[in-house]
Design a protein around this ligand. Structure first.
Ligand code: BGC
Length: 723
């Protein structure tokens, strides 16, 4: 057992040896990787087996100058061999246990093969569904992202990082990456201080409080400073203010990209600026200490800063127990799912499905001998894993097989038209003919995984190809149908949603996605998911999210003036009250599906919402007092089901205009038919105050409104905060 302390190790290291510890590199070729390990590199990407990882660790320990073990990193985002729903789908569960289950199984599978560091969770708040990376995070709401991100960090890391089934987590991408202008990946961001605090930083603060071992800097520049060189945020906020003692890692070649951003002369300058700003590990780029010739000279960065970075890296390796035992037990390596991990992944997937629409209770399908046509590109596609999975052989089945197994008495016809950029006219004609001979049609449409995720921005977020025409053609037949929407992002569904009697939002649900969908369709599972990111009516509305501020001229909702015709606009206003308001002339107001929307096969009603007090002084709140919001939900329908209760805060009169609502609590509860369940939420100063634009958190006296809602019912409660 190696008992050297990080400080002792540091004392014996040369400048080059220190720099080598501050880098993670990819090397597909094992000999190249071994050479780096011998040279004292700090971290490598996973070489894809326990045996190869162990060989690298052996080289590092036995042949490098100081015998320091390696961090072995990998993006394990929503599964290693057992693939869980995408993180955005997980957010739809409104259930902390879903990301936690993913993280526990992912960690056990990955660590067994020698990975000790995952680049997850991604907690970037995202309000622009054109951005492909929305699929990797928890949606548009910072409170939800903060809660689910913290749950995931805790589950990846467990209580003891030395355990054989946990990973060091890395929350990413710090910060405001999701604010990319126009939703174009890697694009510039420009964000006010208050919005940075309220919206984008909050999930990071929460993940750090949950003990996250590392944080990844984001590719974007923020208000002119690329995040890899952002000293105020990396050092003053993250490390000093949040007390983050872990490692800040750069994103892939993100340091070298400071040259392209236009703030560094060359790569050496970029490295110097990043390390000085507070970055601890450079990902990719030129070797910092290749052949013992340092890329940056001693003195280019304050020596104490470099020592601090090295100590952070060494302490993480200590915490992971790598000095005691850096080796994975190759005999216990997991390389495939087990029946239990698949069961857990399926449970998780079932919790993520959202029932968007269900006119005339088309769903669930009765078990019986009806004739069902299954069509659309997802009928026979196995593309259910979603973006950001490593290609280690994970495989999902097809909806056709899962549905046949779940509803065996039905007569199934499958007309796939399997091309996402299709279906062709001939496919559509065939589907229409078959629909005419069916009692019901299931249309499984969506985005292939490959068009969401990194660099997966889309300007047009309707269903790709001719899928909308397929839906229209089936709608024209008059045969009842259900749309199953499998997607990595919210889509614009205006062209067909009003014609669809029922629609299920099924995301990319992972290895057991088809089975989960089939169980919902058949009613074995009552869907309880909720939309975690607004579905706009048109891409022109973006960004559109639930916690926007009011304007001085808010648009009226509802009513006959919902859409102004262009000619009315050209002739001048005919209704002054309504005309000069914040709206689009050519679009119905409001979102298509709002944050929090989701139906059930049963009916709930909200009862007895109350506050523990209707009045509380600021002083008491600042001293730690909490206000309790309680309510109860009754299942008045005939099926058991899950309801999601949300608590929103609004602050109608404040020194800075506040969002019309801010999520302050959520709880998913299972309620049996005829029964009721109580829920309660504790709110403290953090929940009731807000950030001003000078980085101060303020709590102001005045009347606050707390709205308790399950999406159908809502009760408003007044809380008077006195001086
Ligand atoms: C992504 C990160 C990821 C890294 C390493 C980058 O391109 O932005 O999210 O962790 O690659 O794979």
């Amino acid at each position: 057992m190696d008992t050297r302390t990080p400080e002792e190790l540091l004392a014996g290291m040369t400048w080059s040896q220190k720099l080598a510890q501050l880098q993670i590199l990819w090397r597909r070729d094992q000999d190249d990787a071994l050479a780096l390990a011998r040279g004292g590199i700090g971290a490598l990407f996973w070489p894809q087996s326990a045996e190869r990882t162990n060989a690298l660790q052996r080289a590092a320990i036995e042949e490098s100058a100081h015998g320091i073990p390696l961090l072995i990193g990998l993006d394990v985002l929503h599964g290693q061999f057992t693939i869980f729903p995408t993180p955005l789908a997980q957010a739809a569960s409104f259930d902390r246990s879903v990301p936690a289950a993913d993280a526990r199984i992912s960690a056990a599978e990955a660590r067994s093969g020698g990975v000790n560091w995952t680049f997850a969770p991604m907690v970037d708040v995202a309000r622009d569904p054109r951005w492909g990376r929305v699929v990797e995070g928890f949606g548009e709401d910072s409170f939800l992202a903060a809660a689910l991100g913290a749950a995931k960090v805790a589950a990846y890391q467990g209580d003891d990082l030395t355990a054989a089934d946990v990973l060091a987590a890395c929350v990413k991408h710090f910060v405001a990456y999701g604010a990319a202008e126009a939703g174009r990946d890697y694009n510039t961001t420009d964000v006010s201080r208050r919005r940075l605090r309220e919206t984008y930083l909050e999930p990071f603060r929460s993940a750090v409080a949950a003990g996250a071992a590392s944080v990844m800097a984001a590719f974007n520049s923020l208000n002119g400073t690329p995040m890899h060189a952002h000293r105020r945020l990396l050092t003053d906020v993250l490390k000093a203010e949040y007390g983050f003692e872990g490692v800040v890692v750069g994103d892939a070649d993100g340091v070298a990209q400071l040259v392209r951003h236009g703030v560094a002369r060359d790569e050496a300058d970029a490295v110097r600026q990043s390390l000085a700003a507070g970055l601890d590990i450079v990902m990719g780029g030129p070797e910092l200490a290749g052949d013992d010739v340092p890329l940056i000279e001693r003195g280019a960065v304050d020596a104490a800063r470099i020592d601090d970075a090295v100590l952070r890296v060494l302490r993480l390796k200590k915490a992971l127990g790598l000095f005691q035992n850096p080796f994975a037990d190759a005999a216990a390596e997991r390389t495939a799912p087990t029946p239990q991990t698949l069961r857990t992944a399926q449970d998780a997937a079932e919790r993520c499905v959202v029932l968007l629409k269900n006119q005339g209770a088309v769903l669930p399908l009765p078990a019986g001998t009806q004739r069902i046509l299954l069509t659309g590109p997802y009928a026979t596609s196995t593309d259910h894993l979603g973006a950001w999975v490593q290609h280690f052989g994970a495989q999902a089945g097809t909806l056709a097989d899962a549905l046949r197994a779940e509803l065996p008495e039905a007569t199934w016809t499958v007309a796939s038209g399997a091309e996402f950029l299709g279906p062709s006219d001939a496919d559509i004609r065939e589907a229409v003919l078959l629909a005419a001979k069916s009692d019901l049609v299931l249309i499984a449409v969506g985005e292939p995984s490959s068009i969401s995720g990194e660099a997966g921005s889309r300007a047009d977020i309707r269903l790709p190809g001719d899928q909308e025409h397929l839906i229209q053609a089936i709608a024209d037949t008059g045969v009842p149908f259900v749309v199953i929407l499998i997607t990595g992002r919210p889509l614009v569904v205006e062209a067909w949603i009003d014609r669809a009697p029922a629609a299920l939002l099924a995301w990319h649900l992972g290895t057991r996605g088809p089975e989960a969908i089939a169980r919902v369709v058949a009613g074995a599972v009552n869907p309880g998911g909720r939309v975690p990111m607004t579905f706009p009516r048109a891409a022109g509305q973006i960004p559109i999210h639930h916690d926007a501020e009011n304007t001085g001229r808010p648009a009226r909702t509802g009513g006959s003036m919902a859409v102004h015709r262009w000619d009315v606009g050209l002739q001048g206003p005919n209704n002054l009250d309504d005309y000069y308001t914040s709206k689009f002339l050519d679009l119905e107001r409001g979102p298509r599906f709002a944050f929090g929307h989701g139906l059930s096969f049963t009916t709930f009603c909200l009862e007895a919402a109350s506050l523990s007090t209707s009045e509380i002084p600021c002083t008491e709140l600042r001293a730690g007092a909490r206000v309790v919001v309680s309510a109860s939900v009754r299942n008045v329908g005939e099926r058991d089901g899950d309801d999601v209760v949300l608590v929103y805060l609004s602050d109608p009169v404040a020194s800075l205009a506040q969002p019309v609502q801010r999520l302050r609590g959520f709880r998913r509860v299972a309620v049996a038919a005829g029964e009721a369940a109580s829920v309660s939420f504790e709110l403290g100063v953090d929940d009731l105050g807000f950030w001003d634009d000078e980085d101060r958190f303020v709590l102001e006296p005045g009347e606050l409104v707390l709205t308790v809602t399950d999406g159908t019912d809502a009760e408003r409660l007044a809380l008077n905060v006195t001086p």
